[in-house]
Ligand binder design. Structure first.
Ligand code: CA
Length: 236
């Protein structure tokens, strides 16, 4: 187990591979990195799995009995509208076949035989990129305060702080732009779109948020009179 194990345990990966010994080796390698891993051995099971559950990444063999990898990824991209990273595993290595793979929506490609270490490196790179693209940075930090956007958890020092959903949203917006003014209008829009319940709704959410954080020693949220709120720049 390496030191990143707890970090990667937030990611679930589906491995689709009909070569059972290879599937087992991939499973073992990924579990050692801390990932949550499911394995299925044909395309029909893969279609079922991705329809029923959410995964963060797919490791997908192309040559599968029955429904092949191309059809699985088409289902994922077109029917389920999912943009999660997909890495193709295949014995096919001609340029033309790779081109087809990327055209149907693969993010990366590994030709068999491959080193398991290379697979895990590529998976980590793809997940990092996907997190950045979707704004799901692994962690936002301001002074002693930390937020895992992905898991919607907040800590001050070592202590986990429980916040209501709206408070979590407000804090996330502030943390993404430390030092910058976040206006009342933009916060209201982020929280309620066009349907702000009443004029004091935001103020009371911020009051609860600040109070909860202050009770735990964090006072980084500053009021900018008449305009909005921001995090103190000096704590960046
Ligand atoms: Ca195969």
């Amino acid at each position: 187990m390496n030191k990143d194990t707890s970090y990667y345990s937030a990611y679930s990966i589906l491995v689709v591979e009909d070569d059972a010994p290879l599937a087992h080796n991939v499973l073992t390698a990924l579990e050692q990195e801390g990932f949550l891993v499911d394995v299925v051995y044909d395309g029909t099971m893969a279609m079922h799995a991705i329809t029923e559950r959410k995964f963060d990444l797919l490791v997908l063999d192309i040559g599968l009995p029955g429904v092949d990898g191309y059809r699985v990824i088409s289902h994922l991209r077109e029917t389920l509208r999912s943009s999660i990273p997909v890495i193709f595993l295949t014995a096919r290595s001609t340029l033309e076949e790779k081109k087809t793979g990327f055209t149907v929506g693969a993010d990366d490609y590994l030709t068999k035989p491959f080193a398991l270490g290379e697979l895990t490196l590529r998976i980590k790179a793809l997940l990092r990129r996907a997190d950045n693209v979707s704004g799901f940075l692994s962690e936002l930090v301001h002074g002693a305060l930390r937020m895992s956007v992905r898991n919607q958890q907040v800590w001050i020092g070592e202590k986990e702080i429980h916040l209501p959903k709206k408070g979590m949203q407000i804090l996330e917006l502030l943390l993404k732009h430390p030092g910058r003014l976040i206006t009342r209008e933009s916060l209201e829009h982020a929280l309620w779109r066009q349907e702000v319940p009443h004029s004091d709704a935001l103020r009371s959410q911020i009051h609860i948020l600040r109070k909860t954080l202050a009770e735990n020693g964090y006072t980084g949220i500053e009021t900018v009179s008449g305009s909005g709120w921001r995090l103190h720049g000096e704590q960046e």
